[in-house]
Design a protein around this ligand. Sequence first.
Ligand code: GTP
Ligand code: MG
Length: 194
Amino acid sequence: MNFNVAEFERSFGSFSQLGESDLPEICFSGRSNVGKSSLINKVLGRKSIARVSSKPGKTVTINFYKLDKARLVDLPGYGYAKVAFAEKERWSELMEGYFNSGRNIKMVFQLIDMRHKPSEFDISMLSFLKEMNYPFSVILTKSDKLNKTEREERLNKIRFELGDFAEECKIIPFSALNSEGVEEIRGIIESCAI
Ligand code: GTP
Ligand code: MG
């Protein structure tokens, strides 16, 4: 599969605008600032096809990136405290609409900052995916920010913190800085593509 031929396709701010689902979709979910957009850039080998920001809440729409045999889907981040109630409602409607409309969702990568314990939101997201029967994998982002001891410690603890979810999915450390994990993620995407 050629990851270099990706193109940004469209952004959707409301569920009613979502187009037809004619390719397998691979999604990236996680709290604001966890590194979803950075990961998409890395996987596609592009500097800034997806907008990255040091301020949380950069991606507030569902963004589609089209490859020849699949679509990558950058989902809007959650858990950013300063977001207004109306905005949170819009987020919920958009996400529920997306996941409930019979799309060909082949994999959901759930991103969690490798330095931190999964949040309540992360766990709710995993429960939701499991309930909906969507295949998921966990990606531990920003692995470059940990030293060797911290890394070992987090890798041990995360299994426990994820409980049953850890038994059902892969856990992949990733860094957008040094490219750790990128080939493994590309491999999973390829196995989901048509
Ligand atoms: P929203 O669009 O707000 O949901 O955020 P996002 O999950 O798309 O995060 P984004 O990719 O915009 O990255 C947020 C910040 O984290 C930026 O300042 C990135 O440069 C930084 N960042 C992302 N990935 C990594 C990583 O692997 N290592 C390090 N050190 N920083 C990273
Ligand atoms: Mg983003």
